[in-house]
Design a protein around this ligand. Structure first.
Ligand code: PBG
Length: 344
């Protein structure tokens, strides 16, 4: 028996609730009937960092749970991810300081680390969709995504040739999807043309269409030791204050022949995901980037938040906004949770 404290109202007003929305939330079964969005491991893409050598694993301090892995350990990792239901990975090579130069020459060396990794993964797990990030920043000693002139200005058109060459190397090794993340103008059209001319008509392009000049990339740049040595990326990545510009970039990439459009970062740019989904008929991807992952892990480590639930809630918000698939460092953890029957 509940004892309700006296409310001491002067007048008793009859209570009339004519819309009972809570009925649709009453039991787990009813809630399941009406759930609008789902997370599925097959729509999560795991970004992976590759190291030279054998049997090497280097944890990344600012990204708890994520390590740089040599190819042999990378193979074990992708097998584990596949068993968890993940069907796609995105590869980032870690290039040692002495192999970096002004031109990013290592990026277009036949047989480089990235090519070996793609080749070996495809060899053991051909069903896995292998995506390759294409940009110069892991390879250049200055850390920019493109070639630069002696005054430090980005050389847009000269960079396109290098990006196309990188794309061919990746495609030759068996990559399914080329993901240019450099934000040079015209790169989607040029990469498409060169891929086709080399017979790679079946290799797709995931265009980083709306990629913002974001502080959320900090931990990623720790992982690759790729922070720009001078200036910033504001002449090629987008201004976080703009949304129409992101839509324009996306429509351009669609016209240039992209197969998918990507918004990056994700959580702080949900409006872009929503609006691009409305104006383009291409599938939309979102990149839940390193800083977004790091924030969750840092607060969870302190016991301030429930990391698993915040990860899931972050990812479902990205789906709700309209993303078809999500690149996230939380892919493995989320896939484990989903496998154990986790839901909202
Ligand atoms: C490189 C690249 C970056 C990311 C993906 N590809 C960093 C940058 O543009 O500086 C960031 C990914 C992340 O933060 O997780 N062009």
């Amino acid at each position: 028996m509940l004892i309700q404290p006296s409310l001491n109202l002067e007048k008793k007003i009859p209570i009339l609730v004519d819309k009972r929305l809570r009925r649709n939330r009453r039991t787990p079964a009813i809630r399941a009937l009406v759930q609008e969005n789902y997370l599925q491991a097959q729509q999560l893409v795991a970004p992976l960092f590759i190291l030279e050598g054998r049997n090497r694993e280097e944890p990344i301090a600012s990204m708890p749970g994520i390590s740089r892995l040599s190819i042999d350990l990378l193979i074990q990792k992708v097998i584990k991810l596949y068993e968890l239901g993940i069907r796609a990975v995105d590869l980032f090579p870690v290039i040692s300081a002495d192999a970096k130069d002004t031109f990013g020459s290592e990026a277009i060396r036949e047989g480089n680390l990235l090519q070996q990794a793609v080749y070996e993964i495809k060899n053991v797990l051909p069903e896995l969709c292998v995506m390759v990030d294409v940009a110069l920043d892991p390879y250049t000693d200055h850390g920019h995504d493109g070639l630069v002139d002696d005054k430090g200005a980005i050389l847009n058109d000269a960079t396109l040739e290098v990006l196309a060459r990188m794309s061919i190397l990746a495609a030759d090794a068996g990559a399914d999807i080329i993901a240019p993340s450099d934000m040079m103008d015209g790169r989607v059209a040029h990469i498409r043309k060169v891929l086709d001319a080399h017979g790679h008509i079946e290799v797709s392009i995931l265009a980083y269409a709306a990629k913002y000049a974001s502080a959320f990339y900090g931990p990623f740049r720790d992982a690759l030791q790729s922070a720009p040595k001078f200036g910033d990326k504001k002449t090629y990545q987008l201004n976080p204050a703009n949304s129409r510009e992101g839509i324009r970039e996306s429509l351009c990439d669609e016209e240039e022949g992209a197969d998918f459009l990507l918004v990056k970062p994700a959580l702080a740019y949900l409006d872009l995901i929503y609006r691009i989904k409305e104006v383009s008929h291409l599938p939309i991807a979102a990149y839940h980037v390193s800083g977004e992952y790091a924030m969750i892990m840092a607060a969870a480590e302190r016991g301030w938040i429930d990391g698993d639930r915040i990860l899931a809630e972050s990812l479902i918000s990205i789906k709700r906004a309209g993303a078809d698939f999500i690149l996230t460092y939380g892919a493995e953890r989320m896939a484990e949770l989903l496998k154990s029957g986790w839901n909202f």
